[in-house]
Write a protein that binds this ligand. Structure first.
Ligand code: ATP
Length: 441
């Protein structure tokens, strides 16, 4: 079976995101600011839900992973030891006619023609361009106080390895997980939030013995792929791609990407890498601190290997939004619906009085208050009921509850399901139990 992207053009998602308050261009009143985006009222809820779903699966539900939240600006020696100062570069090439700069290894995706009259692009020699943003700590700009905005969260886990071991009861194999902002001065940042200068990552370093590496690498590939499937991403638009030997960094034992079929083609969503003992060894050498695991029982000492699943939060959000997008027809009317997994939906339940003037707002507000004490809910009495349903469908609200005339006769309300469009009457007393079953994830 050949797979097809869920939507033909990314513009569909860009426009829905703007219209419904998921994602806005940054500083839009000043004409927007390339490479940066802002999450609106719906986007911020979606983002929190994505991060919670990840944290829940990777930390809360496990006994062998602990969390960390470390600073974005770290000692500059961290980035020397990790190799980022010397090697975190992309090959930059420039067209001598129109001055367009692109990544040499991204040329195959370039759809921008040379803007100089009647000319083809003429590319110069590649220059290595470091992706780290530099700034200065303190009031004086000098090379002695140069610091970097972190380009990944991973190094925080390596430099805190000993702190975590000493302060918690972890036993190898164990993981340290972190979510937070990272920054990369990317050569080209197109494709909406797929590649931006400022983004969030959710990364975990799983420390283990070398002989466990292969097994655990396979385990984490599957585990991470299943996270997307469990959250409703279509299996036919997800695949694992193993890196070829010539793609691997010299220290990397194995690496696989989870790829998603975006409207612009298969692209990396998450990387899972078996990094050997490279990172801890480098930090041990550069800090003169012995970052090793000591087995209490046997007295054995060794530098652990690490398996790293590294995901971009914004790429995950773009994937969930794209994969959930559908257009269908109800009674001859077109509808746009986001079939988001309920765990990710910004709003779980919308409450409406059928007709503002007839159905006592007090009753509707009472039901709304009851739901809101347990679930993200919204109350809407503007426009006709059809419009209200459309609004909720477009932001992916799984359940709409309507208070109507019959509510006053038998204490029931209408519950409407976003995906099946089925409507059923449920007693107000039973509503909490009904929602509990629906949102059991
Ligand atoms: P790419 O090849 O796309 O540049 P990468 O292999 O350099 O990505 P990693 O360093 O492995 O990426 O980072 C882990 C994850 O962080 C990526 O899989 C991606 O989801 C996310 N990510 C990396 N760079 C960006 C960016 N500029 N904007 C948004 N997300 C990013």
């Amino acid at each position: 079976m050949t797979s097809k992207p869920k939507v033909e053009s990314l513009d569909t998602i860009v426009s829905l995101s703007k219209r419904r308050g998921f994602i806005f261009p940054s500083s839009e009143i000043y004409g927007g600011f390339a490479s940066c985006y802002d999450y609106g009222p719906m986007g911020v809820e979606l983002k929190r839900n994505v991060k919670d779903a990840w944290w829940n699966k990777m930390v809360t539900m496990r006994d062998d992973v602990v969390g960390l939240d470390c600073s974005i600006i770290m000692h500059p020696k961290v980035w020397e030891a990790s190799g980022h100062v010397a090697n975190f570069t992309d090959p930059l090439i420039e067209c001598s006619h129109c001055k367009l700069r692109v990544r040499e290894d991204h040329l195959e995706f370039l759809d921008q023609k040379c803007t100089s009259k009647n000319k083809e692009h003429s590319w110069g020699e590649p220059r290595q361009f470091n992706l780290m943003f530099k700034t200065n700590l303190g009031p004086v700009e000098s090379s002695s106080n140069t610091v970097y905005l972190r380009p990944e969260t991973a190094q925080g886990m390596f430099v805190n390895f000993q702190n975590v071991v000493d302060s918690s009861r972890v036993k190898i194999p164990f993981g340290i997980a972190q979510q937070g902002k990272s920054f990369r001065n990317e050569v080209s940042t197109r494709r909406f939030t797929f590649r931006t200068a400022e983004f969030e990552q959710m990364e975990m370093e799983y420390f283990c013995r070398e002989e466990e590496g292969e097994e655990l690498f396979k385990y984490w590939r599957e585990n991470r792929l299943n996270w997307f499937k469990d959250l409703g991403v279509s299996q036919s638009r997800l695949r694992l791609r193993d890196h070829k030997p010539d793609e691997l960094a010299h220290y990397s034992r194995c690496c696989s990407d989870i790829e998603y079929l975006f409207p612009f083609g298969w692209s990396e969503l998450e990387g899972i890498a078996w990094r050997g003992s490279y990172d801890l060894t480098k930090h041990s050498e550069n800090s003169n601190k012995n970052l090793v695991w000591r087995d209490q029982a046997s007295g054995e000492t060794f530098t652990p290997n690490v398996i790293e699943p590294a995901l971009g939060t914004d790429r995950a959000i773009l994937t969930f939004l794209t994969d959930a997008y559908e257009e269908d027809e109800i009674n001859g009317n077109k509808r746009t619906v986001l079939k988001l997994h309920p765990a990710l939906s910004p709003i779980k339940v919308a409450v409406f009085p059928l007709l503002r003037k007839d159905s006592h707002p007090e009753k509707s507000r009472e039901v709304y208050k009851m739901i809101k004490s347990s679930y993200a809910a919204t109350y809407d009495e503007s426009g006709n009921i059809g419009k209200r349903y459309r609004r909720q469908d477009e932001i992916g609200t799984p359940i709409c509850v309507t208070i109507d005339h019959q509510t006053f006769d038998d204490d029931t309300i209408t519950v409407r399901d976003r995906d099946t469009l089925e409507q059923q009457r449920v007693k107000i007393d039973a509503l909490k139990g009904f929602l509990f079953e629906k949102f059991k994830f």
